[in-house]
Design a protein around this ligand. Structure first.
Ligand code: BMA
Length: 309
């Protein structure tokens, strides 16, 4: 049995559902707000640069897109310089009554991470650029640890390529106490790159981290999803990393598209019945959904694991 069961009517959102002109709908952060599912998705405009659009749903599968984009590159202020090439891959964390949104900000200076926030999904306020260049995939934990916010992130360097780190902050603006916690594993499905995917989900056994891993082939890279479990009180401690991937590109809308052979997640929603809804971009073109038993994912982390480092 596959660990992630695809929704029967995937893809759940495509460019045809968007009332303004876009080339793709993918890599969406998803959360719950009152009785709604909120999907903040990335779209390429026809100039190849990305914006973020908003869609709402009552069942987590049928989404209706708002008339206008939710977040477009800033044109004024300190953010404008760093968002000129687009905003990408949002992640959403609900903490202390607010939804925090982290996103990749692209410009001629490289890729940085922007932090914005909203309380009501009507208005959005930019808080800060929270990394220098060459970071992507920042996810913030929905709880504080010893009074500090915590995030997983993915800086890149040639000596230690595309690995996962943890950092802490007293105020969401200044981050430090950084530590490397997980690296790609040689000749493994995630050997080239790993990066945090969905913001961590709290379970009885630990924080469930659904991440992406990349494997290089003669036909380009393949993006798959895997899981790791972090200690509840000390999320820098990884209890286990699942040895097998939990999802790989298999359906036509995951194999072919803007970038072929990609499943890429920015969000999952834990439900009350022990399952989660997982959302992923298929081939950087469409949005897909599926479900998984949280206990199966934990089991993979703990009982069929590879070492984090
Ligand atoms: C990564 C990011 C993602 C994208 C993936 C596959 O480097 O750019 O946004 O989904 O590549 O193209």
């Amino acid at each position: 049995m596959p660990l992630v069961k695809r929704y029967a009517n995937n893809p759940i959102l495509t460019k045809n559902d968007v009332p303004y002109e876009v080339a793709t709908v993918h890599n969406a952060g998803v959360t719950k707000y009152n009785n709604q599912y909120i999907m903040l998705f990335r779209s390429h405009k026809l100039n190849g640069r990305s914006i973020l659009g908003l869609a709402r749903s009552t069942d987590g599968y049928h989404f209706k897109v708002e008339e206008k984009p939710f977040l477009e590159p800033a044109t004024r202020g300190e953010f404008a310089e760093y968002e000129a090439f687009g905003v990408e891959d949002p992640r959403i964390t609900f903490i202390e009554g607010e939804y925090l949104i982290t996103y990749s900000a692209y410009s001629k200076h490289g890729v940085r991470i922007g932090l914005a926030k909203t309380k009501d999904w009507q208005t959005v306020e930019r808080v800060s650029l929270i990394t220098e260049a060459d970071y992507r995939n920042v996810v913030i934990f929905p709880e504080k640890f010893n009074g500090l916010y915590a995030r997983l992130d993915r800086p890149h360097s040639e000596i230690s390529p595309w690995s996962m780190w943890i950092s802490y902050s007293p105020d969401l603006k200044y981050w430090g106490k950084s530590k490397l916690i997980m690296k790609p594993e040689t000749y493994h499905w995630d050997e080239m790159k790993i990066g945090p995917g969905a913001p961590p989900i709290k379970t009885e056994k630990g924080w469930l981290n659904i991440y992406h891993g990349v494997f290089p082939t003669m036909d380009g890279s393949v993006y798959r999803l895997g899981v790791a479990l972090h200690d509840l009180n000390d999320p820098s401690k990884i209890l286990g990393v699942g040895d097998n991937w939990i999802l790989q590109p298999e359906e036509p809308y995951e194999i072919t598209g803007y970038v072929h052979n990609v499943v890429f997640t920015c969000g999952a929603v834990a439900e009350n019945n022990g399952t989660l809804k997982l959302y992923w971009g298929g081939a950087d073109s469409v949005m897909c959904a599926g479900t998984a038993n949280i206990s199966d994912l934990i089991d993979l982390c703990l009982n069929n694991s590879r070492k984090p480092l």
